[in-house]
Design a protein around this ligand. Structure first.
Ligand SMILES: C[S@@+](CC[C@H](N)C(=O)[O-])C[C@H]1O[C@@H](n2cnc3c(N)ncnc32)[C@H](O)[C@@H]1O
Length: 516
């Protein structure tokens, strides 16, 4: 029988430092930590944190700072501090910040456990993503006490963690991978052996209901779609510490620390709205307490990961969204159009669920948003599209239901991007810089993998000085296609890639980029 300590031992600081120094975590942006999204959700719930345009932000366990860097470039009047155990990752981040002349981002090597009051100030936003479940119980406690002691009065903390019941199944898979690789010390050899096991594991179509088959297939799918599968496998599955917990248990710890749960940073992943009508009705009628309802959503949907927003326990929170709190925000579609047999407008939301909208004004508003996607539209502008027969609070409830259904998102600031292919197309300094590595950050703070070498070269040229024709000429000189391509095909190819880059939020106007 596998020993319990294989999954539940507290990691030592040295072991963790060594493992992240040897295999750094993917250096990418984490969308739901973006302070413009966090600020918007806080506002909807009645908390008014400082504007992202002039605030102080702390990220604990920031790795190489790939999450803070795009925000520091976007909000140059704000100050960002990132702290991580691993000097290798911190040095990588400092190098990037220096290359891009970023002066409002400070990256420090440090152990969360050792941070004293003198090391920290007060922050409007504290981000702790992908850390809480992977550290010792002392560090977990310290994370919450730092949030309590170092958040400004109206500040918001974002803490993500692995949770049950979703992790019960994954735990079995993790234990199998750790058991299979228990005699191997070298982390890269461990990953190789784990990947070989996952590849060899029999998951044929005649075993569809086999629980292990489902788990292995899901992990294979995750690994195919992830930026850095090696780092993910090491730090999520093969690592010593990975302590998931139930949402309700997390809340108990939050409340014991003098903090309060505000909402999920991605409400579409945990809202009642994600359930089918019958369980949704049963939960809402059976449990009146919000947190109890949330716990049952986790049971029904087998939720395995949560992103919780926290504030000081003394702050009052609002349950219903009012129009005055919504009005200053921006909306962006995260759903897309879906063909329907009867020709009636249908949409598909972020997790892939199909839905239609009955109210004609709301349908118009959603059509507008989908056409503008990935750019944002202000709530004030959209309000007019809903029609005058809709009362303000009714309008707020309609927008809120789209938000909880993962069809739109709210931000305090618009995403700066354009769908137009200008005569001289432009991508931000950050995107051009990141393009060499193959994953870039969109205007909506999402990591975007580049599809091929042409896209990498193309992005590097988008400094706003080249016409589309000049771009085509440069790419023709630089790339040697496998088979001859005609002028018209080159033209279509480059324009096609420019369109794709625009559609994922990588093009903008040069004037919209703050000066370094
Ligand atoms: C799974 S990674 C997540 C990195 C990043 N937040 C992200 O999500 O992309 C966890 C990070 O936490 C850092 N870490 C772990 N324990 C720490 C501690 N006690 N003090 C500071 N950083 C720590 C690790 O070095 C690592 O970079």
């Amino acid at each position: 029988m596998i020993e319990r300590r294989l999954t539940h031992s507290d990691p030592t600081t040295n072991d963790l430092r060594k493992s992240y120094d040897e295999i750094p975590y993917p250096n990418i942006a984490t969308p739901f930590t973006h302070i413009s999204r966090v600020a918007a959700i806080g506002r909807l719930r009645g908390v008014t944190p400082a504007s992202p345009g002039g605030c102080q932000v702390l990220e604990l366990g920031c790795a190489a700072g790939g999450n803070l860097l795009p925000m520091a470039l976007q909000f140059h009047e704000s100050r960002f501090v990132g702290i991580d155990l691993s000097p290798v990752q911190i040095n990588m981040g400092r190098e990037m910040a220096a290359d891009l002349s970023v002066t409002n981002l400070e990256l420090r090597t440090g152990d969360i456990l050792e941070l004293g009051d003198g090391d920290l100030e007060r922050y409007d936003y504290i981000i702790v993503h992908g850390v809480y479940s992977w550290v010792s119980s002392e560090v977990r406690e310290k994370i919450l006490s730092i949030c309590r002691d170092h958040l400004h009065e109206n500040g918001l903390a974002y803490v993500s963690y692995n949770c049950f019941p979703g992790w019960h199944g994954k735990q079995a898979l993790r234990e199998m991978l750790r058991y299979h690789t228990r005699r191997i010390d070298d982390p890269r050899k461990k990953v190789k052996a784990a990947l070989a096991l996952l590849t060899a594991f029999p998951t044929s179509a005649d075993l569809p209901d086999d629980p292990a088959t489902t788990l292995v297939q899901r992990l294979r799918h995750d690994l195919e779609n992830i930026d850095d599968p090696v780092a993910y496998l090491v730090h999520e599955y093969l690592v010593d510490a990975n302590e998931p917990l139930y949402f309700r248990e997390f809340l108990d710890r939050v409340e014991a620390s003098g903090l309060r749960y505000v909402d999920d940073a991605f409400p579409g992943s945990t809202a009642l709205d994600r359930l089918a009508p019958a369980p949704r009705q049963w939960i809402s009628e059976t449990f009146t307490d919000d947190s109890e309802q949330q716990q049952y959503v986790d049971y029904f949907c087998n939720v395995s990961f949560r992103r919780s927003l926290l504030c000081h326990s003394c702050l009052p929170l609002e349950h219903d969204v009012t129009f005055d709190r919504l009005q200053p925000l921006y909306v962006t579609a995260t759903c897309c159009r879906e063909d329907s047999e009867d020709g009636a407008p249908r949409f598909r939301n972020d997790p892939g669920r199909r839905f239609s909208v009955e109210h004609p004004g709301l349908q118009n508003a959603l059509e507008r948003l989908v056409d503008a996607r990935p750019a944002s539209i202000s709530v004030a502008q959209l309000r007019d599209v809903l029609g005058n027969d809709v009362a303000d609070d009714e309008a707020a409830a309609m927008f809120d239901s789209l938000f909880r259904n993962a069809s739109v998102e709210f931000t305090s600031h618009p995403f700066c991007c354009t769908l137009d292919i200008d005569e001289r197309p432009y991508a931000s300094r950050l995107v051009r810089y990141q393009s060499a590595a193959g994953t870039v950050t969109s205007a909506a703070h999402r990591p975007v993998g580049l599809s091929n070498t042409l896209e990498k070269y193309l992005l590097q040229l988008l400094d706003g000085t080249h016409t589309v024709r000049q771009l085509i000429t440069s790419l023709r000189q630089r790339l040697t296609p496998d088979k001859p391509i005609t002028d018209a095909q080159w033209d279509a190819l480059v324009r096609g890639h420019l369109s794709r880059l625009a559609n994922v939020g990588l093009l903008r106007s040069p004037e919209s980029e703050p000066l370094p």
